[in-house]
Write a protein that binds this ligand. Structure first.
Ligand code: 5CA
Length: 439
């Protein structure tokens, strides 16, 4: 992509309404634009990151045996009356009437709808287990939408739902999602820690929140410091095997948010030098809630001895749009964003220091073509701007590699390659730079 053609409305000034760094950088880097309170348009750069995150989530859900479908954003109120959540959800739910005066709503979550889909398709224990998910926009009329996409009113969520014959089978599904969450977040360069959680309006009696530590997090968190050292990517995961040892390893040490924190237990269980008291961002939550919805919405299956029992369910959410902000909170410096490679909107920013100079243009065109031929996403800054402005924009948007081409280097047959995360720079021949980027 040529920057001269790209829609990238960067801002030099910090927008006054942005209180935290991720919100500031998302606005300054031209990733999003607020449409109304807590509702955002995703501009091309932000949209690329959102799609990258969504794709990692999708791949890990698929790997864990979850099947993707897509439910609508607008739901009928009928099912919500049946589950008795229509009134419980209160003002957070956006209620709509259609032209026939039917009560509709913009879905804040999908337990009712998926249970209805399930019960029309599955009658027998032989068809279990089932794990289904979708990635869809939600609406919650939050009292205090804030921090940009971190607490929006409209936001993109991945939500999965499990259906099992009994508690033991439901725990297997819960464990699959638990482990796949650890892996999903790790692939984005995040270290998410599962913490015991309250179940809130979703209900149920077993739940974990996945929290990443960040100064601007909304939750206070208390945990054992050793949890920071655990590395899930080091383990090969077979989702058909017994995942209990992995789940036990991650849940054996104290880790709770302020809702569940018990100071006496914290002191008793965690040695003083291992007590971490920090702030964190909830990027996902998993729930087991048994037969709460299946009983009310008639999701029963026949058993081998021909009785009918309600299925045991769980639901599992990931804040896909929140993750864009959360990753920035976890990875930035005073100059801008530092994207982890797997979610970067482009892998390389190619900077032409003297656009219009025949030799620099030719060298850049050559590199641009070679990078694209190698399948590397590259943003080519071919604008006739000052070098300083180009460097500042490139640092702000945080692409992992910067490839700088200037008249001096072109004469010497070299380019400069900078790694955004470390600031390390090297002067090297163009081919060697390409080899390093594609390694
Ligand atoms: N039905 C369940 C699981 S599928 C559910 O709704 N869970 S939740 O309420 O915990 O939401 C799942 C994830 O969505 C949260 O962990 C959080 O990362 C994200 N999320 C929730 N509310 C918002 C919001 N207002 N803005 C952005 N992301 C949000």
């Amino acid at each position: 992509m040529r920057l001269s053609h790209y829609f990238l409305p960067t801002l030099k000034e910090t927008p006054a309404e942005a209180q935290i760094v991720s919100h500031r950088y998302m606005l300054r880097a031209g990733m999003v634009r607020q449409a109304s309170a807590g509702i955002y348009s995703w501009l091309p750069l932000g949209h690329r990151v959102l799609k990258k995150i969504e794709q990692i989530v999708r791949e890990e859900q698929d790997a864990a045996g979850c099947q993707e479908l897509l439910m609508p954003t607008i739901q009928s109120a009928d099912l919500w009356k049946q589950s008795e959540r229509y009134d419980d959800y209160g003002k957070e739910m956006l209620r709509i009437r259609d032209r026939h005066d039917r009560e509709m709503l913009y879905g804040p979550t999908n337990e009712e709808q998926i249970t209805d889909i399930f019960q029309h398709g599955v009658q027998s224990y032989k068809q279990l287990p089932k794990l289904l998910y979708h990635i869809q926009w939600k609406f919650r009329d939050e009292v205090r939408p804030r921090f940009g996409v971190m607490r929006g009113r409209e936001f993109l969520m991945k939500d999965s739902y499990s259906f099992d014959i009994d508690y033991d089978a439901a725990v297997v599904a819960y464990q699959k999602m638990f482990v796949s969450y650890l892996k999903t977040f790790a692939r984005m360069g995040l270290h998410a820690i599962p913490m015991e959680a309250e179940t809130g309006p979703i209900g149920g009696d077993l739940s974990h929140e996945f929290i990443i530590l960040a100064e601007n997090g909304e939750s206070g968190v208390f945990c054992h410091a050793d949890l920071i050292e655990f590395d899930v990517l080091a383990t090969e995961i077979d989702y058909e095997s017994d995942l209990t040892p992995i789940v036990e390893k991650w849940t054996s040490l104290y880790a709770r948010t302020d809702d569940k924190h018990d100071p006496a237990a914290f002191e008793a269980e965690v040695p003083a030098d291992k007590r971490l008291e920090k702030r964190g961002i909830e990027v996902g939550q998993v729930f087991y809630f048994g037969t709460k919805y299946s009983e009310k919405l008639d999701a029963f299956v026949s058993t081998p001895d021909d009785t009918r029992v309600p299925v045991h369910m769980g639901s599992y959410g990931i804040g896909v749009s929140r993750l864009v902000g959360a990753i920035i909170e976890a990875s930035h410096d005073e100059n801008g964003i530092i994207w982890p490679d797997p979610v970067a909107p482009f892998a390389v920013g190619l900077i032409n220091l003297k656009a219009g100079d025949a030799e620099c243009d030719a060298a850049c065109e050559d590199l641009y073509g070679k990078l694209r031929d190698a399948g590397v996403d590259v943003l080519y800054d071919d604008r006739a701007e000052r070098a300083g402005a180009k460097f500042a924009d490139m640092d702000l948007i945080g692409l992992p590699w910067q490839l700088v081409v200037g008249p001096r280097g072109v004469k010497a047959g070299t380019v400069e390659l900078k790694r955004r995360a470390t600031g390390d720079r090297d002067e090297l021949p163009a081919d060697a730079a390409l080899a390093r980027i594609t390694a």
